[in-house]
Write a protein that binds this ligand. Sequence first.
Ligand SMILES: Cc1cc2nc3c(=O)[nH]c(=O)nc-3n(C[C@H](O)[C@H](O)[C@H](O)COP(=O)(O)OP(=O)(O)OC[C@H]3O[C@@H](n4cnc5c(N)ncnc54)[C@H](O)[C@@H]3O)c2cc1C
Length: 144
Amino acid sequence: MDVEVLIVGAGPTGLMLANQLARRGVRPLIIDRHSWPAQQTRAMAVQACTLEIYSKMGLNEQAHTLGAIVGGANMWANGKWTVRIPIGDISQSISPFPYILMLGQDDNERIMGAQLHELGVDIRWNTEFIALEQYPDYVDVTLR
Ligand SMILES: Cc1cc2nc3c(=O)[nH]c(=O)nc-3n(C[C@H](O)[C@H](O)[C@H](O)COP(=O)(O)OP(=O)(O)OC[C@H]3O[C@@H](n4cnc5c(N)ncnc54)[C@H](O)[C@@H]3O)c2cc1C
């Protein structure tokens, strides 16, 4: 098959790139060797800059519905609570979203994947990138 852009990996990076291309009329092929979206979270939270980008993508409402704004962090050492660090309003003067939003990586992937589907691009699961050969005017890629 011929595609303009192949994106290997449907994690946060691949999903963001695919969304940004699809919004601009470029239809990427996005593949992932896994069978389905992540079922567990790795990243726990997103920062103001991500929310600013989500806002432009129309994803902020969903992000805030699924997430929770962080008020502070409690530190524990050797089983004993030691200190509370307030981190609400962390970037008050520089962002319209001056806080950290607890929103797991799985939720971030879910909302970006759904948005991509709305834009007419579906992730091709169970598809692994194996090899690449580069020529002057095209790239030959082997997928399994
Ligand atoms: C314990 C932990 C906690 C973290 N906490 C935070 C946090 O709180 N906030 C934060 O912002 N970040 C956090 N991070 C970092 C965050 O998880 C990563 O930055 C993020 O996962 C990177 O996204 P990615 O899309 O680049 O890569 P990945 O999420 O690793 O996605 C890569 C995808 O590519 C696919 N893939 C790889 N090779 C191939 C191939 N050959 N063919 C097909 N598919 C392939 C994989 O299956 C995978 O789905 C944390 C990470 C860990 C491990």
